[in-house]
Design a protein around this ligand. Structure first.
Ligand code: HEM
Length: 102
């Protein structure tokens, strides 16, 4: 079988799988979870809104946290203290962090 034939066979297979799977799930009731993924918060309007890690911090707040971190998430290890950095460097890192955008 040449490359074009095998690619066409793959496309046919993929399409068939899509049709069969779509049919199989078509009647399944959709059940939304009553909780949000990590980093999102369930609002009163029953929506999951993204909470960015840093929106609750000002530069001094970040400096305080990285000087003496506390455990935030169950599925992550606690951050190691960054107190080996001078206060100025910690502040510069915090200010840099807050001005970075996606
Ligand atoms: C100047 C350097 C650093 C800054 C400014 C910084 C800042 C932060 C901030 C703001 C958070 C989020 C805390 C929150 O969820 O509210 C965080 C979390 C974390 N950081 Fe850092 N970090 C630094 C260096 C590091 C280093 C060197 C490591 C590892 C070697 C590290 C590991 C972690 C981990 C594992 C978390 C998650 C902790 C948890 O959820 O309990 N960080 N960091």
């Amino acid at each position: 079988m040449n490359k074009a034939q095998s690619s066409s066979k793959f496309r046919t297979g993929a399409l068939l799988a899509l049709v069969l799977c779509t049919n199989a799930f078509a009647d399944a009731p959709v059940q939304l979870r009553d909780y949000c993924p990590p980093g999102f918060e369930l609002t009163d309007g029953n929506r999951c809104e993204l909470r960015t890690l840093y929106q609750n911090y000002d530069p001094q707040g970040i400096v305080d946290y990285i000087t003496s971190p506390t455990k935030k998430r169950d599925d992550y290890p606690e951050m190691p203290p960054q107190n080996y950095l001078s206060e100025d460097v910690r502040m510069a890192a915090a200010e840099f962090m807050l001005q970075v955008e996606n």
